[in-house]
Design a protein around this ligand. Structure first.
Ligand SMILES: [Zn+2]
Length: 420
């Protein structure tokens, strides 16, 4: 296996659309460390996001370095080139040390027949009865099934290999962490599929440290998990068992772990995840992004005056463009339009009404998940406001930062670490 930059056991992906909250985010990691949970901060931003906001990947590195310096953070931290492909990776290579290779587009496209055949022949251990510690029912995988899975995923792993080698050439294998993501696809990967995928990734000599499968259930943007929690828990446990098995069987890095591309705020899966991680003594990477942008809006609304004003303007604009904004996110939002208050109504709101509707507190009867999801996908409105939005963030920095830190620490890190 190739060399690699090792990633710590618990890591937390932090997205920061406008690049202003690095310190407030890192503060949450400091608070978690004080409780004994060493979350390695990983700042992530996808190519798509850079394009929407008009930023360069180097800006994320600058933000991370500045936050680390300002807070005196002595431990590891990373900068993730999130969801990159061969055509988009180049501008990320110098500033990033974590690469999320997105091969979802290649899933379902068959590799060459000869490659599929040789994969199946090279891996007789995958066919038949495969007993994996901590999975009650051994996998019964026929040779035809191995072939089917190879036809679906082998090309994706070959693509991952090409992108990985491209980064190695430019950067040196020991200088980065590799994640492979398969979450942005139609159907979840089952644990037996995950095993076959990991065998194929090992064949590509990719020292993969995080893998992001698509899990069962809906991972809507910025709101809680929707799906069968029991099924999720079983799948998550079985995935952990498969990973532990594959590390030994295929010589993958011992630090290999699941990466949960959460779409932010999947609070109800944190408890089953915590139980499973404890059982397997496993690590995890949780990727979040938009949750911090929503905390910016909450902070601005809470500040009142011109802060509340700009939050209302963003909502009014979003309401005017609701179909246009929602269309690209159709598979990851569930907005009930009847629950969206009109811009006229919102314009009459006080700070507390706005923050109660937006803040992700499911115990608050005024919390409105449709309102929250619409604002989640409307960050381009703030981007269009440019300096005016950034100046509002600077002016109300203290109250915004408090919301950003509290959200990550109280609602994400503490439940994952302590179960509360
Ligand atoms: Zn993702």
């Amino acid at each position: 296996m190739n060399k690699y930059l090792p990633l710590g056991k618990l890591s937390f992906g932090l997205g920061d659309r406008f690049g202003q909250q690095g310190r407030a985010q890192l503060r949450a990691c400091q608070l978690a460390t004080e409780l004994g949970a060493h979350f390695v901060p990983v700042w992530n931003k996808s190519n798509r996001e850079h394009t929407f906001i008009g930023t360069e990947p180097a800006s994320l590195r600058a933000e991370a370095d500045a936050a680390v310096k300002a807070l005196g953070w002595k431990q590891a931290y990373h900068v993730d080139a999130d969801h990159i492909r061969l055509e988009t990776v180049d501008r990320f290579i110098a500033p990033s040390d974590f690469f999320t290779i997105d091969v979802a587009d290649s899933i379902g496209k068959p590799a060459s027949a000869a490659d599929v055949k040789s994969f199946v022949e090279r891996h007789p251990e995958l066919a038949g009865t495969v007993s994996i510690p901590h999975i009650e029912q051994p996998f019964a995988i026929t040779r035809a099934e191995v072939e089917r899975v190879a036809n679906k995923f082998l090309l994706a792993t070959q693509d991952a290999g090409k992108i990985y080698q491209h980064i190695v050439k430019a950067k040196g294998a020991a200088n980065f962490i590799t994640e492979v993501s398969m979450d942005e696809t139609d159907s979840p990967q089952t644990p037996p599929e995950l095993l076959i995928i990991l065998a194929a990734i090992a064949d590509q000599k990719i020292p993969i440290q995080t893998i992001a499968p698509k899990f069962t259930g809906r991972f809507n943007k910025g709101v809680d998990y929707v799906g069968d929690l029991k099924q999720f828990e079983k799948e998550f446990n079985d995935d952990l068992a498969v990973i532990a098995f594959a590390i030994k069987k295929y010589g993958l890095p011992p630090s290999l772990k699941l990466s949960v591309h959460s779409g932010s705020d999947k609070f109800s899966i944190y408890e089953p995840m915590r139980r499973a991680l404890k059982k397997f003594d496993a690590g995890v990477h949780i990727k979040t992004a938009g949750t911090t942008w929503l905390e910016e809006l909450i902070g601005l609304a809470e500040a009142g005056g011109d802060g509340l004003e700009i939050a209302k303007e963003i909502y009014a604009y979003a309401m005017d463009h609701v179909d246009e904004f929602c269309a690209p996110y159709a598979s990851v939002i569930d907005i009930d339009k009847k629950q969206l208050p009109s811009a006229v109504v919102v314009n009459g709101w006080k700070s507390k009404q706005f923050t109660d509707a937006l803040r992700h507190d499911q115990k608050n009867p005024a919390y409105n998940p449709s309102f929250r999801q619409l604002l989640h996908v409307s960050f381009k409105v703030a981007a269009k406001k440019g300096e005016r939005y950034l100046n509002a963030l600077k002016k109300h920095e203290a109250i915004v930062a408090k919301n950003v830190t509290e959200n990550l620490f109280e609602r994400h890190m503490k439940p994952l670490l302590l179960g509360k």
